[in-house]
Design a protein around this ligand. Structure first.
Ligand code: ADP
Ligand code: MG
Length: 398
């Protein structure tokens, strides 16, 4: 599955003077009050691919989305601020292009010198992007000679920039980051080191269930907390009060638990709060969660149980926080798990962590990027891939 051609698989001279369209994921959090980027991690991670292509003497055209403008021009979601940051990071001019469809951009780029960097305005300002409109795809494809996917996180989408435009290219390559994602995940699915420990939490339960189904086959232990965890607890007859749960999946959870009980580890105590309040006051509940209460974090015994399993060496995959870690009152479980994974990695485990909030939680736990083997940029795409779905943005590559 990961045998996709990477930019470094081709001779460097092939890129010289060529126009290379790189689909990146610069969907960074913006603070609109101060009009600044809160976190530029996603931009920094694309630098090695951009640097490499510049070194080859290519002209680079970067396309990305930012937020969900739903086909309209939304000033707050302009990528201009991102182009400026990229320019600082690269220490070279980045030409920002507001009107890449109307403008005669293709001809202009032809006149630009090699090693020029062009950043297009938010692709999702055009409804045609998410519609995978054929005409829009063709217009984008006309801008370049070579297509590169460096946006693993949007590879599950059949959009113009992730799929439709790529059809028009003879050369469709993976960027370094996409290659790294594929390598880590393929290894995990095919030949993980053992014990292979999976930790699933978070609120998007439905999305995670198919991935869970696959992981249960190959993992040695699966820790299931938060939304998916309460679904399992409820399916087993436990009382979960008003905690988040996917009722549609109860039957599935019941069957799955029966089949894999030796592998599945569920929370044994919880930090709960009154549902209506969701504030800083909380109490520890050992088993049944009373009505009118919601579990918002795992309890101290569960922390002990989970961290005793996350030891290393072996392979560790984590997606989804253990609780509402955004609140300091309910962040302890998530922080302990994050630090346990970092420690296990020091002891020789290979650790893969993915998901938007999970990465944010890693930062809150003050775990460094270097303390985790691979921080995946993919949330939905990662889960779909693990669940066995073929990603259109990856399938299309050479
Ligand atoms: P990721 O983005 O890492 O894939 P999700 O989007 O599935 O993770 O879930 C992250 C969100 O889940 C966080 O914002 C967190 O506040 C929320 N969450 C975690 N545990 C609970 C819980 N027990 N009750 C309600 N929300 C929770
Ligand atoms: Mg999320």
């Amino acid at each position: 599955m990961n045998e996709k051609k990477v930019i470094s698989d081709i001779s460097k001279s092939f890129f010289e003077g060529k126009k290379v369209f790189v689909r990146v994921d610069f969907n960074v959090p913006i603070d609109n009050k101060t009009n600044s980027i809160r976190e530029d991690y996603r931009i920094r991670r694309a630098i090695s691919t951009i640097d490499y292509l510049l070194d080859c003497g290519a002209k680079i055209i970067l396309g990305s989305h930012l937020g969900r403008p739903k086909g309209r021009r939304v000033n707050e979601l302009s990528l201009e601020i991102v182009a400026n940051r990229l320019s600082q990071l690269l220490d070279r001019k980045v030409i920002f292009c507001r009107d890449f469809i109307e403008d005669k951009l293709a001809e202009k780029i032809d006149l630009f010198p090699n090693k020029s960097v062009v950043m297009l305005e938010n692709l999702r300002f055009y409804k045609e992007e998410t519609d995978n409109d054929a005409n829009f795809s063709r217009r984008l494809a006309e801008l370049a000679d070579i297509y590169v996917n460096e946006a693993f996180s949007t590879s599950h989408r059949t959009h113009s920039s992730t799929y439709g435009m790529a059809l028009d290219f003879d050369t469709k390559l993976a960027g370094f980051l996409v290659d790294k994602e594929l390598k880590f995940i393929s290894k995990m699915l095919k030949e993980p080191e053992h014990p292979f420990i999976v930790i699933i939490g978070g609120s998007k339960i439905h999305d995670k269930m198919t991935a869970l189904g696959n992981l249960l086959e190959i993992a040695d232990k699966i820790i299931i907390a938060s939304g998916a965890g309460y679904t399992f607890i409820k399916a087993n007859g436990g009382k979960i009060g008003d905690s988040i749960c996917e009722n549609e999946m109860l039957e599935w959870a019941k069957k799955t638990y029966k089949k894999y009980k030796e592998k599945i580890v569920l929370p044994i105590d919880h930090l709960v709060s009154e549902s209506s309040k969701h504030t800083d006051s909380c109490l520890i509940v050992n088993s049944d969660i009373p009505d009118g209460h919601k579990a918002l974090d795992i309890g101290p015994k569960t922390i002990e149980l989970f961290t005793s399993i996350i030891k290393g060496p072996g392979y560790i995959f984590w997606n989804g926080p253990m609780g509402v870690f955004e609140s300091d009152t309910f962040s302890s479980g998530t922080i302990h798990v994050a630090r346990a994974i970092a420690l296990a990695t020091l002891r020789g485990a290979t650790s893969v962590v993915g998901g938007g909030e999970t990465i944010a939680a890693i930062r809150k736990a003050e775990v460094l990027e270097s303390e985790i083997s691979h921080m995946s940029t993919g949330g939905g795409a990662l889960l779909e891939y693990i669940g066995g779905t073929k990603l259109p943005g990856i399938e299309i590559l050479d």
